[in-house]
Design a protein around this ligand. Sequence first.
Ligand code: FAD
Ligand code: UDP
Length: 373
Amino acid sequence: MNILLVGAGLSGAVIGRKLAEAGHSITVVDSRAHIAGNCHTERDAQTGVMVHIYGPHIFHTDDAEVWDYVNSFETFMPYKNRVKTTSGGQVFSLPINLHTINQFYNRTMRPDEARAFIEEQADTSIAEPQNFEEQAMRFVGGALYEAFFKGYTIKQWGVSPTELPAAILKRLPVRFNYDDNYFFHRFQGMPENGYTEMVARILDHPAITVHLNTRFTRDMADDYDHVFYSGPLDGYFDYELGRLGYRTLDFERFSYEGDYQGCAVMNYGEETVPFTRITEHKHFSPWESHDGSVCYREFSRDCEPDDIPYYPIRQVKEKALLAEYVALVEQTSGVTFVGRLGTYRYLDMDVTIREALDTADAFLAKGTDLPAF
Ligand code: FAD
Ligand code: UDP
């Protein structure tokens, strides 16, 4: 079959590769000038530092098959994300762990003491947290919430944490030991030569042709037996029902001679600091040595039509509109909607790859339209 993949990010590349290996002819189009979508990495011309162009990307997974998959295309170097946060004129360790708690309260508690102490700070009258704020109040209490989560979350999402689902905060663990690894997954690492090199290798197959700077229009589908679409769901339908809400990011780049902050990611917990975090990219490649440094200040705001959609908002209003688009999808044949934008979900890279592998397998097994939501 002749198959069109819209988007040369992880979704498009992984599906394309699997179908190419099964004997199909694959065309990939992407409106950008590069492959790899939002995990695109590029060496800075001046310093040689590998820069995560669309924001920091750390690979972490419990899925052994996905880990083997990425390692078959790229060497992954050991990397643990150890995030710091600045609040109240001090630097603390994230996610909240025993060091954070002892430093914040100026104590020397052992694990059991800290657990009991935090339980005293927590609002135990909240049986089932209904929103982000309640989740924080229930599990860490008001003081830690105010210092580390409230301001950051208002900046990140542009709304009060009382309007956000508790699930957003559940992504972060609270630990009563000194483990400061941001993630708890079994496999974690960083591609030695960046994500774009990995995606280039995935796409490197004689049956795959890639066209960059090429925006998909629906009439292109006429030339193909099937389309896998990883662009924005509402964009496929020319936004005819309205736009699904996203947050976008602005990155303010600056360079520095030396080591600017001593770590890859420094968050800023207070609302008075306008950016959410500063990323110093050379710390993502600790096995390399660079004198110069490239940093990004990261600002979050509502996505306008010409901006890059980053974080799906998925509040009540957006979910209602999503349901209307899903109804349109159900009337559409010959297209499978995939990936972060195509299904309007926040997906980590490992989940994106897992879903792409499963989508390709299901297509090969059935060769028909697949449910995407
Ligand atoms: P994308 O990478 O968005 O690719 C979609 C592609 O489609 C893009 O290249 C786009 O140009 C193209 N496209 C769209 N519309 C059209 C069109 N009409 N015509 C042609 N091409 C089109 N995951 C992790 O696991 N760890 C992390 O640390 C992490 N950090 C992240 C940080 C940020 C700031 C963000 C936003 C995401 C992060 N992620 C992280 C998630 C990760 O970026 C995604 O899982 C992954 O990029 C999804 O791949 P995708 O192919 O579905 O989408
Ligand atoms: N968060 C916060 N303070 C921090 C880091 C995270 O309040 O220093 C909140 C914020 O609302 C964020 C959520 O926790 O959206 C999940 O954090 P994560 O690091 O997973 O955010 P992402 O990777 O999505 O940017």
